[in-house]
Design a protein around this ligand. Structure first.
Ligand code: MN
Length: 312
């Protein structure tokens, strides 16, 4: 099963040719677009800015027709083959009203884990894409902060949870794996959002997959919770779903803000990630503030805590 989306910048001349070519496949154009067409390969939405979005089963098959016989660059293809299961989202989910959820901060020694999910209505998908919402892995920190503000300003329903370091370390000592923490955060964020949106149309819930769905179910059922109907998992979900992409942006922006606050509080600039630079910063913090302070700003069970000893 193949799914995906790709975005290309094309000339207005090409876009006009496309509109003619797809004349029998045209659908109602969303606001700000020149046209929208639907073929068996993809839904094609062209904007006045020259941006053309291809979403569906074989986006590159359609995009390829318009790339001046150039190959679509590999880096722009976001198509992956994945094993399908009960929890694999149906292709129609991405272009329909759905909830998408993603997290940030899990691989970073300093700072919290943040999880955010958003509810995107079918009619809002094109506008979100036009706003610049996309896979946050391709966005700079500054773009992330700006986009997050814009998404929130657009009043897209969302739910954001922040698991700060004190609580993280307590749960970890209690025997919780990071996977279980993530599962519970996603689960509660989604529950909050479901309450917010009440009875609005919902084709499904998509979680950016970080573990086997069966394990996710085990984690939440160990806390007497159960999976909502129509919950789906797929890896790299943010490249298929704008709801996940928007959630990912809100989660990452929140992580960045929390890191800024923590850096100020500790009095030392904290880096992202878990490299040797982090080890040096840990040593610096221990010398300045004592080891105890790590519990308030770090995931202390990471190997970095030990590795920092060589800088003391
Ligand atoms: Mn993710």
């Amino acid at each position: 099963m193949k799914l995906g989306q790709s975005v290309h910048k094309l000339t207005l001349e090409t876009i006009n040719k496309m509109k003619k070519y797809y004349q029998h496949f045209l659908q109602d154009p969303p606001q700000g677009s020149v046209f929208r067409a639907k073929t068996k390969n993809a839904v094609i939405t062209a904007y006045k800015s020259g941006k053309v979005l291809f979403q569906g089963a074989s986006p590159e098959a359609e995009a390829g027709k318009w790339m001046n016989k150039q190959q679509v660059p590999k880096s722009q293809q976001k198509v992956t083959s994945q094993k399908t299961s009960l929890y694999t989202p149906p292709l129609t989910l991405f272009n329909n009203s759905h909830i998408g959820s993603d997290e940030a901060g899990t691989g970073d020694y300093f700072g919290p884990i943040t999880v955010a999910c958003t509810y995107v209505k079918k009619e809002q998908i094109a506008a979100l894409s036009e706003l610049g919402v996309k896979d946050s892995k391709n966005l700079s920190d500054e773009q992330i902060r700006k986009l997050s503000k814009e998404i929130i300003k657009s009043r897209l329903p969302y739910s954001l949870l922040v698991l700060r370091n004190e609580k993280y370390n307590k749960l970890q000592k209690k025997g919780w794996s990071q996977g279980k923490m993530k599962a519970m955060l996603h689960h509660h964020a989604i529950k909050n959002l479901q309450q917010k949106i009440n009875n609005q149309p919902l084709k499904g819930i998509l979680i950016d997959q970080f573990c086997e769905p069966s394990l996710y179910k085990k984690y939440i059922s160990s806390e007497k919770e159960s999976l909502s109907a129509k919950t789906y998992f797929i890896t790299k979900a943010e490249s298929y779903s704008l709801a996940v992409a928007a959630g990912s942006i809100i989660a990452r922006a929140s992580f960045l803000n929390e890191m800024d606050k923590l850096s100020k509080k500790i009095g030392v600039p904290l880096q992202k990630g878990a490299s040797y630079l982090v080890d040096q910063t840990i040593a610096n913090i221990i010398k300045k503030r004592g080891k105890q302070v790590l519990h308030t700003c770090a995931k202390t069970h990471f190997a970095n805590t030990n590795k920092a000893k060589k800088y003391l």
